[in-house]
Write a protein that binds this ligand. Structure first.
Ligand SMILES: Cc1ncc(COP(=O)(O)O)c(C=O)c1O
Length: 399
């Protein structure tokens, strides 16, 4: 067996090492001036009013829901095709997560399906920019507006993505980014909540024990000053050690995104003739971040299922992963969402055939060629005879 190409490798250079060392030598380790610089950089990139840096993307999402006051008796509409964090944070506030189906092309929350799930208890809608393809924010914003809902974006995959020239983070009331190690840029663990100043200021306080933070004394080092605890908050702030990893990463973000786009384009070109797999759709006006490069297997053209396809690609020296198992299939959520697998047919069908290939700035052309060779090899080896009267696979846009 050939060793698989690494699925991900962090892109950390001397700049990051120097900046972190500078922080360690400075004597100021926790939230401070470097965190403030990273906040302004991300705020401006996202075209948002304000930003608060957090200890993770999960913390940013949790703060968003706490800042809008979501709690027991409230409902928040989201997608099942996401990292557990998106749904967990809703449950953690005591609110009820409500799942709506996704669009078959982008696998992003379908605004019409989300609207059909609105009840008198709904307080927010929480779409996820799956794989970094921007959601239809105009439709979602209109729908949220019609029903008086708060719009919160889970943009863990979508830093730097845009739709019709509008950056992800500029439309919703609140947007959460993740700087986890595998994300578009990293602080090791970390995240950022951007959005409306009133809500971000509440989140900033909630991230710091519920203390009152005045806009002009955020970074005050004055040990004499008392800070009033005005609400029961948590401790979710980013440290300057994390931020000092993030600042050089932010400086490289354009290059990272460009390299991801090149890799995605090269996959599209190399796999265009491999009919056993379906390539990702890019909607007109969308600029994805390519956090993931996804393929979907075409069941009627293959004698093996997606899981075996992924295993065979690895055995052949490429690499692939499955993202995500729908949340209603996780043991904790099975009982909370009985019947979701039939109520969400697009999620159910598409989650069973989606896989992703390595896409990260350090992926070499040679490594990518190995991934392509492995995919083509597995597709041919397990390619099934095409039935004379092809059956339509639900959600398969190719037919
Ligand atoms: C869609 C999505 N939302 C939220 C998160 C949580 O981010 P973090 O790992 O920074 O807490 C992740 C994964 O990391 C994710 O993929």
């Amino acid at each position: 067996m050939t060793e698989p190409v690494p699925f991900f490798q962090p892109a950390i250079g001397e700049e990051e090492i120097a900046e972190v060392s500078d922080t360690l030598r400075s004597g100021w380790l926790t939230t401070g001036p470097k965190t403030a610089r990273l906040e302004s950089s991300i705020r401006d990139l996202a075209g948002a009013q304000d930003a608060v840096a957090t200890s993770s993307g999960t913390a940013a999402l949790h703060l968003a829901l706490l800042a809008i006051g979501a709690g027991p008796g409230d409902e928040v509409i989201t997608t099942a095709l996401t990292c557990a964090a998106t749904v967990n944070v809703i449950a953690a506030t005591g609110a009820t997560p409500v799942l709506a189906d996704v669009c078959p092309d982008t696998l992003n929350l379908d605004a019409r399906k989300a609207e059909a799930a609105v009840t008198g208890r709904t307080v927010a809608v929480l779409p996820v920019h799956y794989a970094g393809h921007p959601c239809a924010m105009g439709e979602l914003a209109q729908m949220a507006h019609r029903h008086g809902l708060v719009l919160i974006e889970d943009a863990a995959h979508a830093l730097g993505a845009a739709l019709d020239g509008r950056p992800v983070g500029s439309t919703a009331d609140l947007t959460a980014f993740s700087f986890y190690a595998t994300k578009l840029m990293t602080t090791g663990e970390g995240g950022m909540l951007v959005g409306r100043t009133d809500l971000v200021e509440r989140a900033r306080s909630l991230a710091s024990h519920g203390e009152q933070w005045e806009a002009d004394d955020r970074r005050s080092l004055d040990a004499e000053a008392w800070r009033d605890v005005v609400q029961p908050g948590l401790k979710y702030r980013m440290s300057d050690v994390q931020a000092s990893l993030g600042l050089p990463q932010f400086a490289k973000l354009d290059g990272f995104l460009r390299r991801r786009r090149e890799i995605a384009e090269a996959y599209v070109e190399a796999l265009a003739e491999t009919e056993q797999v379906e390539l990702p759709t890019v909607r007109p006006g969308a600029r994805p971040s390519w956090h993931l490069f996804t393929l979907r297997t075409r069941p009627r053209l293959l004698s093996i299922g997606r899981d075996e396809f992924v295993r065979q690609v690895r055995l052949a020296g490429g690499n692939a992963a499955r993202q995500f198992r729908p949340i209603y299939r996780e043991p904790y959520y099975r009982d909370r969402f009985p019947g979701a697998h039939t109520a969400l047919p697009v999620t159910e069908n598409e989650a069973a055939r989606v896989l992703s290939l390595p896409v990260h700035p350090r992926l070499t052309e040679r490594a990518q060629a190995r991934v392509v060779d492995a995919v083509v090899h597995v597709a041919r080896r397990f390619g099934a005879e095409v039935p004379r009267q092809p059956q339509r696979v639900e959600g398969d846009l190719s037919t």
